[in-house]
Design a protein around this ligand. Structure first.
Ligand code: NAP
Length: 274
């Protein structure tokens, strides 16, 4: 996943589940021990010329013969009235970042996919009550998450309803929902609204360089090769049928292997880039 979400119940080898942050910390430790060099930087631009990639970020600059894009995905915004006004004042897209501010409070989670249900479970440990608002009467989330959510006493569901408005004073106090079956409007007093209505790939950095699909996901072949030779993509940013930790890890392994083979190929090529 692009964002380290809690709780991860479906990563192989952890039958009791573990927090997304713990999992990522372990990834980091393992990578450190394997000798991987980390260079924290915000990359603003990637250019490609003469079989080289130029990466720019602030006053930093790198030249690479190959690169792997693994920039993840970001949560979709619904665009309902009050959503942008109350962002950071009750509206959130990140339970692990903002959940602790809602200890003992009433929260609504919008959506019925893996993200919504996973985060509703996490938030139920902090909030007094979590109301999941979903537009259908069936969840999209995987069965393991559904089972936990249905067994959690302070998670309740408002089915076949969509969020129509978020309102309040300084901070969120109320939301309005509309039934998709009879159009009836209902309000709900909450202090927090967490929206999980889908993910969009963070592909802007390479949007002019590589081919994207209609959802802005980077198109790759099974070797994680993009439309530009030497440039690979892995994880939620690419056109993957499943966005999970385990699929991102697998993509990363394939992309790294493909990049290595690419470098070996150009190294053995008599006409090499200078
Ligand atoms: P998602 O699977 O696209 O689900 C989005 C949810 O929001 C769906 O329930 C959808 O309803 C609802 N929705 C979409 N547009 C809406 C709208 N305009 N109004 C109201 N509701 C709307 O997104 P996601 O849950 O963020 O998951 C994205 C990807 O990440 C998936 O591949 C997922 O498996 C993966 N993921 C995996 C894990 C995990 O494995 N633990 C955790 C998080 C995410 P409908 O169901 O009616 O379409």
């Amino acid at each position: 996943m692009g964002a380290a979400t809690d709780w991860v119940a479906n990563f192989p080898g952890f039958p009791d589940g573990l927090s997304g942050f713990t999992l990522v910390e372990r990834f980091r430790l393992q990578a450190d021990r394997a000798g991987l060099v980390f260079a924290p930087a915000h990359i603003d631009r990637i250019r490609s010329h003469e079989m080289l990639f130029e990466l720019e970020g602030g006053d930093q600059h790198w030249i690479a013969r190959s690169a792997i894009i693994a920039t993840g995905a970001y949560p979709v915004h619904l665009g309902v009235p009050g959503e942008s006004k109350y962002r950071g004042r009750g509206v959130s897209y990140c339970a692990t970042c903002d959940g602790p501010f809602f200890r003992g409070k009433e929260i609504a989670v919008i959506g019925g996919g893996d993200s919504a249900i996973q985060e509703a479970i996490y938030l139920s440990n902090l909030a007094s009550r979590v109301t999941v608002i979903h537009r259908r009467a069936l969840l999209r989330a995987n069965q393991a998450l559904q089972k936990i959510a249905f067994a959690t006493p302070n998670i309740v569901f408002r089915w076949e309803s969509i969020l129509t408005e978020i309102s309040g004073g300084e901070n969120v106090t109320t939301i309005q929902t509309k039934s998709v079956t009879d159009g009836r409007l209902k309000s709900l007093d909450v202090q927090g609204v967490f929206l999980y209505v889908g993910l969009r790939p963070n592909s802007e950095l390479v949007a002019r360089l590589v081919d994207l699909d209609s959802q802005s996901a980077i198109i790759t072949n099974p070797l994680m090769q993009t439309s530009v030779s030497g440039l690979f993509a892995a994880g939620d940013v690419r056109n993957t049928p499943l966005r999970q930790f385990v699929t991102s890890c697998a993509d990363g392994a394939i992309a790294a292997q493909s990049a290595l083979h690419f470098l070996e190929r150009i190294e053995s090529d008599p006409v090499r880039p200078s």
